[in-house]
Design a protein around this ligand. Structure first.
Ligand SMILES: Cc1cc2nc3c(=O)[nH]c(=O)nc-3n(C[C@H](O)[C@H](O)[C@H](O)COP(=O)(O)OP(=O)(O)OC[C@H]3O[C@@H](n4cnc5c(N)ncnc54)[C@H](O)[C@@H]3O)c2cc1C
Length: 316
């Protein structure tokens, strides 16, 4: 691959984790690798991008403007000037917004939901999963470049290489439109974060009620685990949407995933099925979660989980 660009949105002052995963993969494709960095930027953030393989950073600072329109204008102009072969985006809101707008602006299709990229010489194939990950679809780019791809989180590990500080090129925003970001809300977060945790304890509707939800958080806390939730739980407002695992939530890949009172709907499985060891507790032995579980307990969460909590507390 002659030239690859990776869309790199700044999150809490640092490059998004998915951008570092994509840079790591793109580094292995050979050729020139640049990051299109969207955010305030800092020497530390650019150094992280460089360490993961980008030799050049196109830095677009949207300020308080809603980023997608202005960033798309800037990126379309950059692409016309530099003619990259492949531009990769993550699944973040801005990533997908810009990818869609750029697709329309450049009249190029987007191949989305990549869980892998296969590169053979100048040919790039996007590997994605459908039907809850039971079927693999491979789609190759043809037609004029740049080719646009959207990659799922955790498709690749993020590993710094021996890259040094990249060249940073400031790029002005395009026409941003009147919308501005008036306020930002940071979700209070304690303990291990869902996306990076080694152990995740997820509760489903089988937990029963908001009042009973503390058994999920208590167990997670005793295990040093992050808390996850199904959409049914989030819709019932037992906990925050940010903890939802699945197709319309987060994708997680912990070493251990505990699913408590979770049926194992396809839309949930796509977000957690690649976890190391999956342990499920469900009173219905026919529940689909047992098809992906390594260890299963057919039982009532209201008996199994308190007993587990008691045992862990007794151990100290
Ligand atoms: C477009 C779309 C996107 C979606 N995205 C997501 C997503 O990102 N994430 C997601 O999770 N879902 C998603 N869903 C919803 C998904 O289809 C399921 O409805 C949801 O995952 C079910 O959540 P659940 O397992 O908690 O509840 P249920 O399916 O109701 O399952 C509850 C389980 O608990 C068990 N149970 C009940 N009581 C007990 C007890 N006392 N002890 C032990 N077990 C018990 C039951 O046997 C059952 O298996 C999406 C759906 C659509 C259409």
């Amino acid at each position: 691959m002659a030239t690859t660009w990776v869309f790199t949105e700044e999150v809490a002052g640092a490059p998004s984790s998915t951008s570092l995963e994509m840079l790591t993969k793109a580094r292995s494709l050979g050729g020139d690798l640049a990051a299109v960095y969207v955010g305030t930027g800092s020497p530390e953030a650019f150094a992280a991008v460089g360490a993961h393989g980008a030799t050049r950073v196109f830095h677009i600072d949207p300020g308080d403007a809603l980023p997608a329109a202005g960033v798309t204008g800037a990126l379309a102009a950059l692409a016309a000037e530099h003619e990259p072969d492949l531009i990769l985006f993550g699944m973040g809101f801005t990533d997908r917004d810009v990818a869609g707008r750029l697709s329309a602006a450049l009249d190029r299709p987007v191949l989305a939901n990549a869980v892998d990229l296969e590169v053979d010489g100048d040919a790039v194939t996007v590997v994605s999963e459908i039907l809850g990950g039971t079927q693999i679809v491979k789609a190759a780019f043809t037609g004029p470049k740049p080719w646009l791809g959207i990659v799922r989180p955790k498709a690749f590990p993020a590993e710094p290489g021996d890259g040094g500080d990249p060249e940073v090129v400031g790029v002005p925003m395009g026409e941003a439109g009147p919308a501005v970001i008036a306020a930002r809300h940071e979700e209070a977060a304690e303990g291990p974060q869902l996306a990076d945790a080694n152990v995740v304890v997820t509760g489903g509707r089988g937990i029963g009620s908001a009042e009973k939800w503390s058994m999920v958080t208590d167990l997670a806390s005793l295990l040093g685990a992050a808390v996850g939730a199904t959409r049914a739980v989030v819709d019932a407002e037992w906990t925050a949407y940010s903890l939802q695992v699945g197709q319309t939530g987060q994708t997680v890949k912990p070493d251990v995933y505990l699913a408590l009172g979770v049926s194992g709907a396809m839309q949930h499985l796509v977000g957690m099925k690649d976890s190391g060891t999956i342990i499920a507790v469900n009173k219905d032995e026919e529940a689909p979660i047992f098809e992906v579980a390594d260890l299963g307990v057919v039982g009532d969460v209201h008996k199994v989980v308190p007993a587990l909590i008691e045992t862990l507390r007794a151990r100290g």
